[in-house]
Design a protein around this ligand. Structure first.
Ligand code: UD1
Ligand code: CA
Length: 460
């Protein structure tokens, strides 16, 4: 069997995006659109994958640097899709086989459809196989011209006659080519069109005139080949991807009250019987266990929640770990390396950073707990602050099991509150509080009896 090579065109400026960022790097539901194309190509097990870059190609290469085995070719200047493919010619000198060409801006394409393209191409022995789809509104796409049912050419929207614009079958911009005649024929493509560009689809007409076989494969679900040329299309395609994800999660046993307002990133995992209320945003490497309840307007990124966790409204959780049975929120901010253990409670306007909050401990209101190790069954009173930063360095606060920290306490780190110790409300604790003792560090109250009456007398 002959080898398959994949080429992905990603050099275009994406003029209609009106962006300084190359189009193929714009995120579709959380991942750059070109990532989807690369994923779809993978099951073809291609011998090589080549990405043609141009406009801000440095950014594209940088973003794809972590993917092994990709080759890059530069197209400079960008003179059209035909010109783009030509730039890869030196890489294929003397090689036989199939070249599957994809567009970096067509992210919904499935691996199954690509396999169908490759199969048809092989079985028909075609010089080129064009993927097509029928759109109710084909505006903007190249139209497939047929004679007696056979494809004879492709005409772009701008170059089409009114009659041709009424054709509903469009070019997906995805092709399989026999490497044999490809590059010699591409040299015959001329920029004779409204845009003055070298159009790859012109190859179809060239092949037909040379008597070569050109096949087509029509995708059943036209949505799959939707290209992204504008921010509006970016949003529309993102919505489709998000819906695919929420559909899959619901099929796996997650309740999603309002899929339309639920955002779930590509790497997020969620266990069964977890409930997502409206306007929940989950992204990054986030894992959520079973039987959790995430209330409305919560954002969770790069965090791990075990089973049975409740997150009440309006929380922001990033880079944190939450153990089973914990209750977070409303209005809680868990920052990186916040580690909330079994059954702990973190309430409104409490911020945790690089802090362990031990099992069964509670910080229910208005606190900043940073760089702290807090034991089990500790009570953190409202208004407690760990003063972890001296202007130069960060220091740790340790609060041992069973301690009780009264409201409005400032703990000036480094400092330790021992096992079972109490800290009186309103204290500024600068020295360790030994286990089992009470630490008080505040001004002594003085009551001046009769003071109010005397004050009144002084007034004229
Ligand atoms: C292209 C097809 C059109 C098809 C549509 C499907 C051409 C001339 N037209 O139109 O028939 O219906 O795709 O989505 O091919 N690119 C380069 N270098 C360039 C120009 C473009 O690498 O010089 C890349 C772009 O980055 C993009 C892809 O090729 O990934 C398609 O280019 P685009 O300008 O979006 O073509 P369309 O107008 O959508
Ligand atoms: Ca396009």
């Amino acid at each position: 069997m002959s080898e398959t090579h994949v080429v992905i065109l990603a050099a275009g400026k994406g003029t209609r995006m009106k962006s300084a960022v190359p189009k193929v790097l714009h995120p579709v539901a959380g991942a750059p659109m070109i990532d989807y194309v690369l994923e779809a190509a993978r099951p073809l097990a291609p011998a090589t994958i080549t990405v043609v870059t141009g406009h801000r190609g440095d950014l594209v290469r940088e973003r794809l640097a972590h993917r092994r085995g990709l080759r890059f070719v530069t197209q400079e200047p960008q003179l059209g899709t035909g010109h783009a493919l030509r730039q890869t010619e030196p890489l294929f000198a003397g090689l036989a086989g199939t070249l599957v060409m994809l567009s970096g801006d067509v992210p919904l394409l499935t691996a199954a459809t690509l396999a169908r393209l490759a199969d048809t191409h092989r079985s028909t022995g075609a010089a080129a196989t064009v993927m097509t789809a029928v759109f109710e509104n084909p505006f903007g796409y190249g139209r497939i011209l047929r004679e007696n049912g056979e494809i004879v050419g492709i005409v772009e929207e701008r170059d089409a006659t009114d009659a041709e614009r009424r054709i509903l079958e469009v070019n997906a911009g995805i092709y399989a080519f026999d490497l044999g005649p490809l590059f010699a024929s591409l040299a015959g493509v001329a920029p004779a069109n409204a845009q003055g560009e070298y159009y790859l689809p012109d190859l179809v007409g060239i092949y037909r005139q040379a008597g070569r076989v050109v096949s087509t494969v029509r995708v059943e679900n036209a949505e799959e080949i939707r290209g992204i040329n504008s921010r509006k299309e970016l949003a529309e395609v993102s919505r489709i991807v998000r819906q695919q994800r929420t559909d899959a999660l619901m099929a796996a046993g997650v309740t999603i009250e309002d899929p339309a307002t639920t955002y779930v990133g590509p790497e997020v995992e969620i266990g069964h019987d977890t409930v997502l209320h409206p306007c929940v945003f989950l992204d990054g490497r986030t894992r959520i266990g079973s039987d959790c309840e995430i209330h409305a307007n919560v954002r969770i990124v790069d965090s791990t929640l075990a089973d049975g966790v409740t997150v009440l409204n309006f929380c922001v959780i990033t880079g944190a770990t939450v153990a089973s049975g914990a209750r977070i929120g409303p209005f809680t901010h868990l920052r990186p390396e916040a580690d909330v253990r079994e059954g702990a409670h973190v309430g409104n306007f409490v911020e945790l950073k690089k802090t362990v909050l031990g099992a069964g401990s509670k910080a229910n209101h208005l606190a900043y707990l940073g760089d702290a190790t807090i034991g089990e069954r500790v009570n953190i009173g409202a208004g407690t602050i760990t003063c972890n930063y001296d202007g130069e360095r960060k220091h740790r606060t340790v609060i041992e099991d069973g301690a009780f920290v009264g409201s409005d306490t400032t703990l000036v780190a480094p400092v330790t509150v021992g096992k079972g110790a109490y800290v009186a409300a309103g204290s500024a604790i600068v020295n360790d509080v030994p286990a089992g003792s009470l630490g008080i560090a505040r001004g002594v109250q003085v009551n001046k009896e009769g003071w109010v009456e005397k004050k009144k007398v002084r007034k004229p």
